[in-house]
Design a protein. Sequence first.
Lengths: 169, 169
Amino acid sequence: MPSKSTPITMDAVYTAPGYLFRRMQQIAVSIFVEECSAFDLTPVQYAALVAIHTHPGIDATRLSAVIAFDRSTLGNVIERLESKALIERKPSREDKRVKLLHLTKAGAIVLRDIMSSVERAQVRMLQPLKPADRKTLLALLMQLVDLNNEASRVPLRAEDALEHLGKSN
Amino acid sequence: MPSKSTPITMDAVYTAPGYLFRRMQQIAVSIFVEECSAFDLTPVQYAALVAIHTHPGIDATRLSAVIAFDRSTLGNVIERLESKALIERKPSREDKRVKLLHLTKAGAIVLRDIMSSVERAQVRMLQPLKPADRKTLLALLMQLVDLNNEASRVPLRAEDALEHLGKSN
DNA sequence: TGATGATTGACAGTATACTTACAATATGGG
DNA sequence: CCCATATTGTAAGTATACTGTCAATCATCA
């Protein structure tokens, strides 16, 4: 008769989805930083640049919803991007609390130039798998992230980005 | 004739594997912490406890290889586990540089009791997928993490854990 | 209008996750 | 045996990633 409780071994860790997601995140960041070393941008800083490019004049709170990134941490990210002169922060006339975010010329150039490196990094992450498996994994991941959106502390709110347009138009 | 470069949109972020791995890591940690809130343990602290349980008397450097965790960061993790009296750190007699790690009684009890909560968390992470898809995703993830092992800055070296046994035997 | 409650950015605190550097100690070759 | 080299734990520095809290400001409704 088998015992009721599983023995505690490293396999309990190695085969757990949580461990695998942590490992893949480590690996993904490592590959990204390596491929993009010439630009001195982290994955999050890159995502922020893309979002500000797509939604010029967005504020920090909405930006955090658009890239599913904590509002507090984002403050530091914005600071670093500003100190690198890739973005600008201007106070809003309509709402004295908010600071509007825009890419600088330098920011737009960096974003344009980094794209091919980012693409290379994304390809490398899945490279070891067979092409069909890459597609399967990506599809399942997109599905899972979407269905688990509310489970994270900072759910993605892509539509939030459009709100700042409605104000003045 | 279509333009050569892809336009920069948020979709370039949302469909990138790097972004999806980051999101899943956020979600996985969030679920883990929620399910295990009664134990006040983070995923990494849990993994460290399991490894020390499996390899009593392991040292910090080998532990970092076994859970694929940076040696420097691990110092802080060990400190926190020690201050919670879940592990002990004793100097080795054979090598004055090394500090050997052991679970305390309290650590062993916490580890035994947290297992069912951890299991529940792992199940919840994949819950939204159909059972067959869960299996597929897990299999592909294990494959990818294994094949990408060397791409991360701190590759997993599971076999390193056995070395400390060979010394005294 | 005027009080109430929500939003915004900022700050402090905790915990990963990495980098480089360093002193103490071990180890192996000449 | 001695010296170059490697290992170990630690520390400082940077960057996520979250938790709170707070003051300033805004928006709403009695």
